[in-house]
Design a protein. Structure first.
Lengths: 367, 367, 367, 367
């Protein structure tokens, strides 16, 4: 594999470059009988789509998705769901200027070293354009998960040094501002930051948080395919992500066992309840029934107007200034992408757990 | 798969429980011709082995590894390398006390929910005992990587609130103290911390850093199987790890593009040089030739002597106190495990890159 | 995975139904630098395309392929090659008659049992229509293999009881008749058989042979992923194939060791030569350097005009007569499909072998 | 992967050489709660074990299996089941004579070409010794399948030109003669053939048949991972197998559609019944509920006492005579191995089907 597929049972295959004819892929393993149409996917694509607010890139892609297979009379058939998004705004001439040089922080240099050649138009395969396919696949995963009572939702919790106030967290707010922030009062502060960043031709990083609620206990595999390990891979595979943490995350490294253990008490439903969730919903790689909490760090885009020194393909020193249409904070549009990756991972582990659960064991577990 | 194998071409399979007959596994895909004997593996196992200093668990396992196949006349044959470590110190009676309750922060509850039953002896499959097999596999990966000039090495850089001074970083020190710290002056501070923790029956988290030097540009696949994504999965799959970051990591979320871009200049060798390494050696998921830098957060072990409230398998409230032999800081012994996971991931991606590099392309790349 | 991808390193993903919007997929893992355009693929698709002679189905599909990604300035980039073939002749109304019954020998019944629903139009996913995507992927595999001196070619060697004369085998003939037979004198005999079959509304089976020449010794993995095992899977996965054999195949079951051993003699090139090829070019699952020979049995299509008894979805007895446009011998058009599957398998094993060969071993092998 | 693992969800990993320290492996993905002990596995190993009758090799291996993990208090835990069989009768000196030459029909030459070296003792990894691990894994698969009412059983149906009379087929007979023949009257004919073969130092091929009864409709995936395709791979991966067919198999190539279609009639249980089983229980790659029928051709072993010409590692012509302890008909002991491979494949597809069946679809299917 060349790394363009993810998942074992619920699997997304993904092709396409920033300025090629189209991007697309297919979802393998979606169970039969799920009601699905293009609008279900489009609504998620529209959340990620560029050019929607003044705070993101002005590249305009309709990002219109077509379902090519796997759906019959409004429901999935159990066979692969082919997905296609034609590229419509391919202004390749924008990129002639950077054809022969390596943009710092971009994959120009590493792709050339890996392949001996590269599609330099807009970053080619390394462009975040392919994340539209992830969002499309994630939309299907989300719809499937909802049939099991699982909801995946994400938010931006910090941009540069500007951090939201978690006491004002309101999931309703997330869809009502261009930053995906759950804290309404943070909106003007983010606006001001973006304004400042844009003015000086710079970019800024962001911290995102994705939560999955309703996941029952028992998803995830021991040892290598732990649920947290697969989530870490899925999320780290998003362009510009440099860090992932589950639950308390890096704070756990600074803490004590007495404070970090999530104590258990009899639950109101006769089961078990937890008094805290430092574990982020995963114990020993397996979901505990608590909300699953994933945080990710998105670096500032390297496409900035401030001149940076670099070398060209002949190895000569030169300067690069990126004048194209770029997001000052790529972390904003990464929110729906991160949700998609979490949803894809959970859908896969749901199927994995279904394949074996309650298969031969008939003894009651005592709870 | 039940999640007990990792890697596509260089692959580790891993079986065994804490108190079963033995742990072991096999390495698939190791190329033929690599000189290998049991001592090569034992030296790495001895770095992880419990009972070696007063700062780790007093459980005593010889951890003697046998190579059962795949090596002939002192070199690998290209066929699977079978590995076996018999369990010799299985004091199962220690665990009768916790047979019927769920230890907070442990996988007792999630395993029971997943499987409908569990091997309660010492955590069974969820015990960190299985990491010995990872270290064994990692020893082979390290040896293979060395033939390509790649060295993988790890260190503990913080424990709780005690942080090393990076200005005193000396790799030589790592092997000369029980904490794997590269800062000699941090040793007494860590000793004091462990002493204090142990006295009050608590445990503490740790921050580790693993570095791979000598990795050439070009390893890693675009999109999902990015080198950083696979490293994140490999490292997050280690028991008690709650966070992973590459290069600048979470600091990148707080930074600006102008500061985070690693500028490039003509290298002394006619190639390219970087003025910084915020990327941690990976751009677009592909190695850049710079050192690869991975950091991971290890939570404090949940096995502590301070009483915690929990429930038993009947769902009744009760208290748990762990009196067994446990590490006050599991992060210490996680250093060789983290190195192993990084080495296994790199060996796999080396083979993946070899499968296609310079296959049909004959045009010079200009550099 | 839902089974719609094949290959480990050179991998074809395949989506689409007989009467959906489009069929397509992607080739993952093709090395960078291979010259490739749509005409390279179209030429193979045209060999398989229906409606080309009076001896195959009269369904008319342009089968025009688009490359959507992975090719830049005429050469592959190393990233996934997206492939799309729009369905243009979807006369779904032909299939209303069979909407509610199970055609014997078809997958109508098993798909309904598996998925609880089915796309009944033209067989849906079970239709041989998806084999066009295999041929498209196979065209890329063939082109890659040619850079290594490997040629894959197939022929029809028997239809029903009519068998070619192997003494008249001439590969040049294969492209010059509608039956892909290498024996020019068999053409009128096959014509007569098809005429007779068609007249009585029946269908007939066929025996195909695919050969790969130029494969060097060393491709294939021991134990499970033997080259012959992977070829068997690839070929058996083609619609209507009921048997696969390598080299002497089933004749080996009737033979003696003294007759079946391919003796070895010093080769003219200083290497080794074989005096026969009962092994079909594969020993211990690994290619020997001799031609690889695969034979496959294709059953007669179950879509015939002779009434057959069956049941409908209500479980009532009824009769079925298939009046649609069908091939009297599906084995004919299976020739390019079989070539494609052999080529895909070989390309995959070439990359697998490249990943490890001559990696660390420096000792001369004596030959 | 180096090809030593098979299966997606129910997976067998396999290591070990003919004359190494041990052979073994692990079964990943076996559901929790299956009663299992070493005797369950040993009984199958004993069926395959050499040295049991005068008609097989006189090499004596106790083939005593140890379960190292994955079983607790007599039932499987859902975690990997580690398996170990120590090699006890490693008379390596027998093989000094063939150290420097290539035995025709063996993998000596191809292994050396592939790896640049080889473990020449008894065929090393290419020896059929590793099939003991397959039988051990297959024993677990069989036990799991039985909980679902599926039984897998095999028989030898021809040896050389001696064919059983299918009218006398009696499954009870299979376990009561050293040839696994279901036709009691064939026993003296097979004895006579073996006697003759042995006398002249030759070997003979065999035809085997494996049947699985009780498989419900719906197992198998469309397109590439068809149940028949995966069975073909599994069976073709057995040493010395040169051909595989399902149901009518190669006879289908010679037949007509009118004769080959398995007609359907209302079943006595309100479902569907078939009037014949040319399909061998698989339609469109998916099980139909009929018995699954797989036949395989096993070539005569190449280890014979009749001198064969060959070359040595220096490329010089020489003769080889194999004086070791070898089976005159390796097809006999291949019966339990073939059963194991069929059982492993079915167990895997059972889990695959469980992962998605009846997940979201609530509509009644009409049957």
């Amino acid at each position: 594999m060349s790394g363009s597929s993810i998942g074992l049972l619920f699997r997304l295959c993904n092709f396409g470059e920033s300025h090629g004819a189209a991007i697309g892929g297919m979802v393998e393993g979606c169970p039969a009988g799920l009601p699905l149409n293009e609008a279900d996917i489009q609504v998620e694509l529209d959340r990620r789509r560029p050019g929607q607010s003044q705070f993101t890139t002005q590249r305009r892609e309709a990002d219109h998705v077509r379902i090519l297979s796997g759906v019959f009379e409004g429901v999935t058939t159990g066979t692969p769901i082919g997905l296609l998004i034609e590229n419509t705004d391919q202004r390749s001439r924008d990129y002639e200027a950077i054809r022969n040089l390596f943009r710092p922080g971009h994959a120009d240099y590493t792709y050339l070293q890996k392949y001996g050649m590269r599609d330099y138009r807009g970053g080619g395969r390394a462009s975040a354009r392919e994340t539209a396919v992830r969002v499309a696949g994630g939309a299907i995963a989300k719809k499937l998960l909802r049939t099991g009572g699982v909801e995946v939702r994400g938010a931006l919790v910090a941009m540069g040094e500007v951090v939201i106030d978690r006491n004002r967290w309101d999931w309703q707010q997330v869809g009502q501002n261009p930053f995906f922030t759950p804290d309404a009062q943070s909106v003007p502060r983010f606006e001001a930051l973006i304004e400042e960043i844009r003015k000086r031709g710079d970019s800024v990083g962001a911290l995102l948080e994705v939560e999955a609620i309703g996941v029952p206990a028992g998803w995830g595999e021991p040892v290598f395919d732990r649920l947290d390990a697969d989530l870490a891979k899925a999320v780290m595979s998003i362009n510009a992500v440099k860090g992932v943490e589950i639950g308390a995350g890096f704070a756990a490294a600074r803490g004590y066992g007495s404070g970090m253990a999530d104590e258990m008490v009899p639950g109101s439903d006769g089961g078990v309840a937890f008094t805290s969730n430092h574990a982020g919903g995963i114990l020993g790689g397996i979901s505990s029934g608590q909300p699953i909490v994933v945080r990710l760090a998105v670096k500032p885009t390297s496409s900035i107007r401030i001149p940076r020194q670099t070398v060209n393909v002949q190895g000569e020193a030169c300067q690069v200034v990126t004048e194209g249409r770029h997001d000052p904070c790529v972390g904003i549009r990464a929110v729906p992408v991160a949700e998609a990756m979490v949803a894809l991972t959970l859908a896969d582990h749901w199927l994995r757990q279904r394949s074996r659960e309650k298969m031969v064991l008939t003894v009651s577990s005592g709870l």
